[in-house]
Design a protein around this ligand. Structure first.
Ligand code: DX5
Ligand code: ZN
Length: 219
């Protein structure tokens, strides 16, 4: 099933839970949480306290995107009863196999994110164990950037590899997704669509979520 994951990076943090609930009521499926440390990426956002405080206040599962150095150290802190995915950046992991393995042992799904310039080949030996591959379609760090078209090639290759080898990962795309491109991206094989500014920057968030979902469906 295809799922929409609104990124709270573009939400109004003074009423975060309410903003998330609006997307939930409109049919969104996951809460995408962008964690940035000011070192791996040139921006600082939120940490485990915010994620923990949302648990039980909203219903959707959490999709935690760690844009941080040393994810091994901090991944366990993002565990809540609602955490579905903890995703780390391949570029931040020296021992990616071990990192993914330890996330899975925490009882949540393990994802790997790739920056736009990172080749898919780097993941060859972990594709079998990954629960999610997150294709960054902008350089990580900020919302509201323009979609990088070459990420579609990466998505198509991931979809083909999955079909050939029977892998179980879901393909997620993150960055520059909106009404104009969500259908094409969906056709390329994406399962989970992150959208920040397209959702929370809309005048009518509820209507925007419904439009995005209807365009991501493929018949
Ligand atoms: C960027 C973050 C994204 C961001 C997407 O580093 O990982 O999740 O919120 O924002 P939009 O949808 O505005 O490109
Ligand atoms: Zn993200």
């Amino acid at each position: 099933m295809k799922r929409l994951a609104p990124s709270i990076l573009s939400a109004d943090f003074s009423c975060l839970a309410e903003q998330i609930k609006t997307t939930e009521r409109a049919g969104a499926h996951l809460v995408h949480v962008d964690v940035m440390d000011g070192s791996f990426v040139p921006n600082i956002t939120i940490g485990p306290l915010v994620v923990k405080s949302l648990a039980g206040k909203v219903n959707m599962p959490f999709d935690v995107h760690l844009m941080i150095e040393d994810p091994d150290k901090y991944a366990p802190e993002f565990l809540t009863p609602q955490t579905e995915f903890v995703t780390v950046h391949a570029e931040a992991c020296r021992h990616l196999y071990r990192t993914l393995d330890s996330i899975k042992k925490l009882g949540v799904k393990a994802g790997v994110a790739l920056n736009p310039a990172t080749p898919l080949g780097n993941l060859e030996y972990v594709l079998e164990m990954a629960d999610q591959i997150l294709v960054m379609s902008v350089e990580p760090g900020f919302g509201g950037q323009k979609f990088i078209p070459s990420s579609l090639k990466k998505v198509r290759e991931l979809a083909a590899l999955r079909a050939e080898n029977g892998y179980g990962y879901e393909i997620e795309i993150d960055g520059g997704i909106g009404l104009d491109n969500i259908h094409e991206v969906s056709e390329a094989g994406v399962d989970i669509f992150v959208a920040g500014s397209a959702v929370f920057g809309a005048e009518d968030v509820d209507e925007r979520v419904r439009e995005l979902i209807s365009r991501m469906e493929i018949n």
